[in-house]
Ligand binder design. Structure first.
Ligand SMILES: Nc1ncnc2c1ncn2[C@@H]1O[C@H](COP(=O)(O)OP(=O)(O)OP(=O)(O)O)[C@@H](O)[C@H]1O
Ligand SMILES: [Mg+2]
Length: 258
């Protein structure tokens, strides 16, 4: 079972879209996929038509100090989605309170890693969507994953946010046995906008070794797919955005084999 986390300390860069698009393509290829929503806004949870204000069980349960983190508990969290190959561990808005509660509680950074270990024979891939802030939830995502995907919006302000994320990776690596590797995924690319072109050039110059094999263009099909609650590739396999994620996934698979 491979675990990828999708994270960036900047909001609105395409984290949730990247998570759902890649999960969808893996599912299309016959893989059994689990997606985990660690964002208190519950965007991915809503995407798959669950209400983050109403759910009885969610990722929140994994952080309850009194309850035993075992298979019986995790079983309650695995929910089906519109795609038979994809399950979701949803988020509820209550997980926002964890940032306050979990501070100073021993081992709270490893709850997701522990839960995923229990389901390692059930899924081929896990893709974790994270909130845009550094806190206990993002730390959990980074500690649980084998590889990190960082969507970067191709615009002027993106590089600043990226520097923050790179500092976080360094910090995490001081605590990890195996160094966390990462791939930058340029998103919202528009080759008619000079700022977008310049940003992409700078990313390639500075991070040549960590760039994804394709760039995700602005594509309104992502918005249509989310409105229908289906993965982008189920919506329209031929759209430029989906085609970009196909090439990115191929690059990630290749790097996984190396
Ligand atoms: N390549 C794209 N082209 C056009 N629209 C996109 C693209 N990627 C994402 N979007 C849309 O932009 C919005 C923000 O994307 P998304 O929710 O994936 O970002 P995010 O990083 O998860 O945001 P947040 O930090 O709020 O969780 C969504 O409405 C999504 O449908
Ligand atoms: Mg999101």
């Amino acid at each position: 079972m491979q675990v990828w986390a999708v994270a960036n300390q900047k909001g609105g860069v395409g984290k949730t879209t990247t998570t759902v698009a890649l999960a969808g393509l893996l599912a299309d290829a016959g893989q059994r996929v689990l997606v985990v929503d660690l964002d208190p806004h519950g965007s991915m949870t809503s995407y798959f038509r669950y209400d983050p204000d109403e759910l009885e069980h969610s990722v929140y349960d994994l952080f309850q100090p009194d309850s035993e983190l075992d298979m019986k508990m995790v079983e309650l969290l695995l929910m089906p989605t519109s795609n038979p190959q994809i399950d979701i561990i949803p988020a509820t808005t209550s997980i926002a309170t964890l940032e306050r509660k979990a501070v100073g509680q021993e081992g709270m950074g490893l709850q997701i890693a522990k839960a995923l270990r229990l389901v390692k024979d059930r899924y081929d891939y896990v893709v974790i969507d994270s909130p845009p802030v550094l806190g206990v939830l993002m730390i959990n995502a980074l500690a649980a994953c084998g590889h990190l995907l960082v969507p970067v919006q191709t615009e002027f302000l993106a590089l600043k946010g990226l520097e923050r994320m790179l500092r976080t990776i360094k910090m995490i690596n001081r605590a990890r046995k195996r160094q966390l590797t990462y791939t930058l995924i340029p998103t919202f690319y528009d080759r008619t906008i000079p700022a977008s072109v310049n940003c992409l050039r700078e990313l390639h110059q500075r991070f040549a070794e960590n760039m994804s094999t394709a760039v995700v263009p602005v594509d309104s099909k992502f918005i249509t797919a989310s409105a229908q609650g289906i993965t982008p590739s189920e919506m329209d396999l031929s759209s430029p955005g989906v085609q970009a994620y196909i090439r990115i996934l191929r690059g990630l698979a290749e790097r996984g084999r190396r």
